[in-house]
Design a protein. Structure first.
Length: 328
């Protein structure tokens, strides 16, 4: 319980620091959202500037501490402000349209790459002295060196442009609507294959190499040697003794990878024009949509910290040494 409470404390402390930094950074940037909006709109009276600034939470009549207090209250109420590029829609309404696409694409691709990469890494480590294992290791080292956006461009060129087996971009076909049921689901899957493969293939090498290195270290432990001397079945030694202990660091890494799902798909979504958070962040930066940029950064920070907290809890449940505070 002390371990969990300590993690809770540091989680909320880090969250408070992230929220505070997210409040300060936009106010250090030149200009303000109100000026950007006025430049984009025609016929806005100069006297309306203060009302617009108040709507964006930068009321110049209030002190910085008062603005900070209003900002914290709005965050607690779920009010993230108004989007400039999608004026007069609220930031949360804009984010809620993009979040499912990023979570669905990145979540499934990350889970798939973790499972496949971990399985391959366990087998390669167990049979590391064979030619097949060394060949697989070389292939994954080569794949691991690919920048994932470059891999996406290659897939687009060969499988969408040169030979149009898949669409060049987008999340679903033109003329297909969300209420169409099965045709819409098929179109979403069809459009998500290439970006999903880009993410899965480029990250699979990381999981394979991580679990392989962990497995090799674990296989050198004394209890593995004792298990072999007792004559236990090799599959039991590999799965119950070696893989179970080797996978603990990968669980933490997987949780962190899930935390980076929201912001880690920027370049992939740009390559495929996929309407997720990454592509939205790119558009927000181009259009100087400060409230939307601020909200996306806040979501990324919360997602990473939440994933880190959950990974600590999962490791505590899996590893008795953590529960016992390191006592033997």
């Amino acid at each position: 319980m002390k371990y969990v409470l300590r993690k809770f404390f540091w989680f909320f402390f880090a969250l408070y620091i992230a929220v505070t930094i997210n409040f300060i950074l936009p106010r250090l940037m030149p200009g303000d959202p109100a000026s950007v909006l006025v430049n984009k709109l025609q016929g806005v009276e100069e006297g309306s500037m203060e009302a617009i600034r108040a709507a964006f939470g930068i009321d110049t009549d209030k002190s910085i501490l008062a603005q900070y207090g209003d900002y914290l209250i709005n965050i607690l109420k779920g009010d993230l402000g108004i989007s400039i590029s999608n004026y007069p829609y609220k930031v949360w309404d804009v984010l809620s349209k993009a979040l499912p696409w990023t979570i669905g694409l990145m979540g499934i691709a990350t889970l798939f790459s973790f499972i496949i990469g971990t399985f391959i890494g366990i087998v390669v480590a167990w049979k590391r002295k064979t030619k097949v294992a060394n060949s697989v290791l070389g292939i994954f080292l080569f794949i691991r060196s690919f920048p994932y956006f470059w891999l996406g461009l290659i897939l687009v060129y060969f499988f969408a442009f040169k030979k149009p087996l898949f669409p060049l971009g987008g999340a679903y076909s033109i003329g297909v609507f969300r209420g169409d049921g099965l045709p819409f689901i098929k179109s979403v899957i069809y459009h998500g294959i290439l970006p999903g493969l880009t993410i899965a293939i480029s990250s699979m090498g990381y999981w394979m190499l991580t679990i392989r290195n962990n497995m090799i270290n674990v296989l050198a432990e004394d209890y593995i040697i004792v298990a072999r001397a007792k004559g236990l079945p090799l599959t039991q030694i590999m799965n119950k003794y070696a893989a179970r202990n080797a996978i603990l660091p990968s669980v933490s890494g997987f949780a962190m990878a899930l935390g980076f799902i929201i912001g880690g798909s920027l370049l992939t979504e740009m390559v495929f024009s996929y309407p997720g958070i990454g592509f939205m962040l790119y558009q927000a930066v181009q259009q100087q949509d400060y409230p939307l940029i601020q909200a996306i950064f806040l979501f990324i920070a919360i997602a990473v910290m939440t994933a880190n907290f959950l990974s600590d809890i999962v490791i505590m449940l899996l590893d008795p040494r953590v529960r016992d505070g390191g006592k033997k």
